[in-house]
Design a protein around this ligand. Sequence first.
Ligand SMILES: C[S@@+](CC[C@H](N)C(=O)[O-])C[C@H]1O[C@@H](n2cnc3c(N)ncnc32)[C@H](O)[C@@H]1O
Length: 272
Amino acid sequence: MADDFTTPLTVEQMYGDWGIEWEDAVAMADLSLDPRPRTSMYDAFGALGVGEGGYVLDIGGRDAAQALELAERFGCRVLSVDPVQANIDLGSQAIADHEHGHLVDNELGSINDIPAPHNVFDAVFSRDMIGHVEDLEGALAECRRVLRPGGAMVIHDVFATPLLEPKEAARLSADLAQVPERLDSELFERTVEAAGFTIDVIDRVASEWLEHLLESEDGEKRLLRAARLNRERDRFVEQMGVVPYRVVLGNTLWTIYRMIGKLEDRVYVIRA
Ligand SMILES: C[S@@+](CC[C@H](N)C(=O)[O-])C[C@H]1O[C@@H](n2cnc3c(N)ncnc32)[C@H](O)[C@@H]1O
C-alpha cells in the first residue's frame, strides 16, 4: 500500500482491524536482518589490496587501536596520527604492548597538517573523525599530498538523515565538538570531488553495525543512561563535571540516533 507516512491516521485506522495481530507485526520486526558487524569496514579496506610492504595512514587514530588492527589483519605498516597528546600517550603504550607493534608508529598531527612527506602512503584509513574537521577541502588536499598517485581513502562517517531535526543536530554537534556542516552527506560528496577525488564506493551501512552489536551483546544500557542523565542533570553535572556530562549524554544520544535512523553511518572509498 502506498503511504506518504505523514497523513494523520484516524482513530478507526489505529484501533480497528489491521488484518494482522499486533504480536505478529512485532514478531516480524524482531527477526534479525543479518546485519554486518563493524569490521565490514576492514573488508572495504581489504578490497584495496594493500598488504605486506604497504604503508597506510590512519588519520584520527586515537589510541592506535585501528592501526594495530590493520597491521595485524593485513601485514602493512601503519602510521596513526591524532591531535590529542593523551591519545598519543595511550597509543604509544598500546604499540609497545602489541604483537604487531613493530609495524605501527604514532605521531601528533592533524588531517590538515600530516607529519609525513609527499606520496608515501598506499591508502588512508579514517574512521569516525571527519566530523571534527573545519576545513575539509584543505584536509582532503593534504591527504592527496601524502597519498601515492592512484591511492585510495576509506572513510567512515556519520551523516544526518531527514529524520534529524535542526535543534537535535545543533545540540549534538556542540556537545561532541563536531562541525555542523559535516552532517551533510551531499556537501561531503561535493567537497570530495572538488578536492580531486573520485568516489568509487558509497556503502550506506546505516544502523547495521549497531544492530549487530545489539543482537550479539546483552545489556544495552544507552536508553536508560539517557533517561537518567536527562532527568537529574544537576546531580550528574555536580558528580562528574559539565564537560563529561555533555559528552556522555551527547555520545549516548548520537548512538541512539544512529540506531533509530536520525543519523546514518556510511563508508566511502574515494580515489585520488
Ligand atoms: C570518535 S574518535 C575515533 C577514533 C578512531 N578513529 C576510532 O574509530 O576508534 C575521533 C578521533 O579524531 C581525532 N581528531 C579530531 N580532530 C582531528 C583532526 N583535525 N585531525 C585528525 N584527527 C582528529 C580525535 O582526537 C579522536 O581521536
